[in-house]
Design a protein around this ligand. Structure first.
Ligand SMILES: Cc1cc2nc3c(=O)[nH]c(=O)nc-3n(C[C@H](O)[C@H](O)[C@H](O)COP(=O)(O)OP(=O)(O)OC[C@H]3O[C@@H](n4cnc5c(N)ncnc54)[C@H](O)[C@@H]3O)c2cc1C
Length: 366
């Protein structure tokens, strides 16, 4: 590294990687601390859903802007980062969410009849209830995104755990890591489940709720469809009211999870040790009813921590203390490039965007 970095980023999940890349875009020297393997925390595993549909119009706008940054970076990094195969949503939430999308203007989303639904989602069983298609949504190529961003950051990305960080009182931030102490102009903490602990060290109490989550991946029966949309099912027609699913690159595998998570205590222990197994059994039962296009024996399993904010399962916010920024929320993968640019801007002395301040409760249904 030629220059002493100005900004420390803690965590190389998708949010930290995007923040560091956005800082590098601005010509800012950055160091990213990652205690494990980049992209193996909440950002782990192949595939996520990029959807515009949210219950908060401000978040719809944020997501639209995020899609534009994904597309810009895909061109620059030379890889598809989000597919163009759309997202279908089923159930009684469809009319309300569609109204918000249509009010936003310019987002190609519409109701679909059963024939079009099954053309877009050929793995799905017969379904005749409310359905919509978000044509500008698709599957995020998570591995490609993590790899390309990490490659672009090169030796700015270091394997090192941040033990604590604090303001020095001289307008700078000291970062204490496993192997050293360094001073920076500012720091951005994107440490997933580790963020709340680091924030407590500087007197901030973040209302982050940690939980455990399980997602199963199934093989598509026969030849993979040429196009297959992501799925959000809140219909209850197949026995569950909160299911999401997304194809892997090449469409031969499909990952399925229940939105429901398993609560954990503050120390990370489970109140019900069997709860994760029960959730994965329910996901298997769901696919045997809803997705006959999949072989019902899972080929992969992802057990993972997730963090969320109390006002929405899509909630997101940034806390600040003396030039240290702490980002938290859930379902952040799709938002990460736009959030990363906002964090980079805040770190480089632009004001933190009003919508990202905790008081704005971005994502809260309204
Ligand atoms: C199964 C599953 C499905 C999901 N589906 C979707 C979806 O469809 N769409 C969507 O948009 N989002 C989805 N999400 C949520 C999304 O993946 C996460 O919100 C996002 O990946 C969070 O990224 P992050 O960078 O904030 O956190 P993380 O990916 O957890 O990254 C934090 C990093 O910080 C590192 N770290 C922690 N403490 C320290 C420390 N002290 N020092 C150094 N490094 C540290 C960790 O090792 C980790 O790599 C899903 C999540 C899961 C688990």
């Amino acid at each position: 590294m030629d220059r002493v970095p100005e900004v420390a980023v803690v965590g190389a999940g998708i949010v930290g990687l995007c923040t560091a890349y956005a800082l590098a875009e601005r010509g800012t020297a950055v160091r990213v601390y990652e205690s494990g393997v980049p992209g193996h925390g909440q950002s782990g595993g192949q595939s996520r859903i990029f959807r515009h549909a949210h219950d908060d119009a401000r978040l719809v706008e944020f997501t639209r802007e995020a899609r534009a940054v994904w597309d810009e970076w895909a061109d620059r990094l030379g890889a598809e980062l989000v597919s163009r195969d759309g997202v279908v949503a089923l159930g009684s939430t469809v009319p309300g969410r569609l109204r918000i999308l249509q009010d936003a203007g310019g987002i190609p989303a519409r109701t679909v009849d059963s024939a079009e639904l099954h053309a877009r989602m050929p793995l799905l069983a017969d379904y005749r209830g409310p359905a919509m298609l978000d044509e500008g949504g698709g599957a995020i190529r998570t591995r490609a995104a993590v790899e390309r961003l990490a490659d672009a950051l090169g030796d700015s990305l270091v394997t090192d755990e941040v033990i604590s960080l604090y303001p020095t009182g001289r307008g700078t931030v000291e970062v204490v890591s496993s192997v050293g102490r360094e001073e920076y102009a500012t720091a951005v903490v994107c440490a997933g489940v580790g963020t709340a602990r680091l924030a407590r060290n500087v007197g901030l109490s973040l209302p982050v709720q940690p939980a455990a989550h399980v997602r199963l991946t199934f093989q598509v029966r026969g030849a993979p469809p040429e196009r297959v949309a992501c799925l959000q099912d809140s219909s209850g027609d197949f026995g569950e009211v909160g299911v999401y699913a997304a194809p892997y690159p090449g469409n031969s595998r499909y990952a399925v999870g229940l939105s429901e998570t398993v609560e954990v205590r503050e120390d990370g222990s489970f109140a019900d040790a069997e709860a994760l197994t029960a959730l994965s059994d329910r996901a298997r039962a769901y696919i045997s009813h809803a997705l006959p296009g999949l072989d019902p024996e899972p080929v992969e399993r992802l057990n993972c921590w997730v963090t969320s904010l109390p006002w929405s399962e899509d909630g997101m916010a940034v806390w600040e203390a003396d030039r240290i920024f702490f980002a938290a929320g859930h379902n952040l993968f799709k938002q990460a490039p736009r959030l990363g640019r906002a964090l980079a801007g805040a770190a480089m002395d632009d004001e933190l965007e009003e919508n990202l301040r905790p008081a704005a409760a971005l994502g809260q249904p309204r």
